[in-house]
Design a protein around this ligand. Structure first.
Ligand SMILES: [Zn+2]
Length: 318
């Protein structure tokens, strides 16, 4: 359900909140507060039961990144422009959490234990990966801190220091997870349930070292709820059917089931629903130049209708 507080939106700040936040003196309930726990994470509290987060669309390459590969190659790892696809959702009361740093610097959709110890020339003092899923990601060079691009090229030509990695965790991973947790908790406390959409995009064709399905031609959308463990099956089906009814191809839990963010924040047994939504980049951008294409605005209208549907959905009644 939407909240009456939405009517008090600051008009000066519509339709897009500038990076620095609302204008001085703005008291709007939805957009007035930028809870910038670091300069690299943006958290805008909302009033609805809907939480959106965009973990991979960041384009601020921090000065201490010191990557050795080509920037254009590295940028292909971004879910570029995803934050723009959903910018309308803030004024409708959705909570919003966004990584401003790039995914290749630190991937917040990973557990702390998914550290690739071969990045260092000294022992990593933190937890290390266990289990086949965590080990597979690290083997692909796609752990918490990436070692390889999606094409399998090394990102660094040096070893990282333990202190550098710790700093990334403190400045990126911890505030991002705290932001999503705070948003989900606030939504749940106010409404008795939460719907968290973990927002991503995927290349039209999977890269050679991007996933466990190299070369796969992707559907228009992939919805993931880790085989119904992070949201109810009915809510996942609602997303799929909404998009299919608009003519899109939609796959559920294949080839992507959802990763750490939905695992960490979804618990449907207590009405906390988390779903990963992957959008095929060909629907809105040129994957070579990263420029938006003519599909951007129509896709945004599709997402707008989906978000409106979720804002009036109580998953306890599905
Ligand atoms: Zn992503």
């Amino acid at each position: 359900m939407q909240d009456a507080g939405l009517a008090r939106l600051c008009r000066a700040c519509v339709p897009v909140v500038p990076r620095g936040g609302c204008r001085a003196g703005c008291v709007c309930p939805v957009r007035g507060t930028i809870v910038g726990m670091t300069e690299l994470v943006r958290h805008v509290p909302g009033v609805s039961a809907l939480v959106l987060d965009s973990p991979h669309s960041g384009t601020v390459y921090p000065p201490d990144f010191s990557y050795a590969c080509d920037l254009q190659l590295l940028r292909r790892a971004e879910d570029t422009h995803v934050e723009k696809l959903y910018d309308f959702a803030l004024e409708r009361g959705a909570h919003w959490v966004e990584a401003l740093f790039p995914r290749s610097y630190l991937d917040v959709n990973r557990d702390l234990a998914e550290m690739d110890s071969s990045l260092f020339d000294e022992p990593w003092p933190g937890p290390l990966p266990t289990g086949s899923a965590q080990l597979a990601k690290v083997r692909l060079g796609k752990g918490l801190i990436w070692r390889l691009t999606d094409e399998g090229l090394p990102i660094y030509e040096r070893k990282l220091s333990i202190a550098q990695a710790m700093r990334r965790i403190d400045q990126c991973w911890r505030p991002y997870q705290a932001g999503v947790a705070a948003a989900v908790n606030a939504a749940h406390a106010r409404h008795g349930y939460s719907i968290h959409i973990n927002c991503h995009s995927m290349p039209a064709i999977a890269g050679s070292h991007a996933t466990e399905f190299p070369g796969m031609v992707h559907a228009d959308f992939v919805v993931g709820n880790r085989d119904h463990s992070t949201s109810s099956p009915a809510l996942a089906e609602l997303l799929c059917e909404h998009l299919r009814a608009l003519g899109y191809s939609v796959w559920l839990n294949h080839p992507y089931k959802g990763v750490e963010l939905v695992r960490r924040h979804g618990d449907p047994s207590v009405h906390r629903h988390s779903l990963q939504l992957e959008i095929n980049r060909k629907l809105y951008m040129d994957e070579e130049t990263l420029a938006l294409n003519a599909g951007f605005e129509p896709l945004k209208r599709t997402l707008s209708s989906l978000i409106d549907s979720l804002l009036v959905t109580d998953p306890r009644r599905l």
